[in-house]
Write a protein that binds this ligand. Sequence first.
Ligand code: NAI
Ligand code: BGC
Length: 256
Amino acid sequence: MERFKDKIALVTGSSQGIGAACALRLASEGADIILNGRKLDERGEKLIAAIEQMGRRAVFVEADISQVKGVNHLITQAIQTYGRLDILVNNAGVEKNHNFWEVTEADFDLVMDTNLKGVFFGTQAFVKHCIDSKVAGVVVNMSSVHEEIVFPHFAAYCASKGALKMLTRNLATELAPFNIRVNNVAPGAIATPINKSLLNDEEKLGKLLENIPMKKLGTPEDVAAIVAFLASDDAKYVTGSTYFVDGGLTYHYEEQ
Ligand code: NAI
Ligand code: BGC
């Protein structure tokens, strides 16, 4: 089924992990794709080839989305490439593991600028395009279960994702009159490079799995399926929501 025929989608931070899976999933359903990362390398080149193999078009725009200048450049390039932009997946994100009392200003800024400021101003640039060109745009933000539940030693990360939850609620209301939808996807623990140290630590991984009712990590493809749903017309009455993809992690409770 081609849910994204004639649609152009931009996925930020799409060289690997969840972003790459989203790009492939949207392309597999008919979208042309703007990939993004700070630098094009062989991962991006392979993705372009894979998308072209599906009969779709793809380009990679180098941009650092943690800077307003970078994210504005990205949106402008994305619109210019195929003449319009319909879907924005704000996926790029970073996390830093520190005791709260040891977090530096530089680490705080990196996390907030990437996970919140880049999303805020990237969405702003996209929305201006949608309003000017009368595009019924769709925004999907890659939030986290940590927009809702705590994650000790990741205070800045939780603050950024918590803010994303409220940003989405707010924009959904403000942008509904323009037929622009905004939703969050909140993955639990997904096997990607962001979790490299966790995946290499058997004890930590074991403890985490005890908290996941489904007793396994998710895959990037599990997340991409929900992104595709929210980006599609199947979700045409869905806005301002968060969809959890977490094997039951968030609302897990068992009597011992
Ligand atoms: P990842 O680290 O594998 O991929 C993130 C990508 O974003 C990388 O390619 C990275 O280079 C890119 N990126 C980072 N900063 C950037 C910048 N300033 N400009 C352009 N690109 C940038 O991580 P993963 O796991 O694929 O995460 C993607 C999103 O999903 C993030 O927002 C993360 O917070 C979120 N998430 C991930 C979970 C997981 O368990 N893997 C769970 C919940 C949320
Ligand atoms: C984090 C992962 C973590 C997962 C579950 C995500 O937001 O990026 O590092 O494993 O939440 O706690």
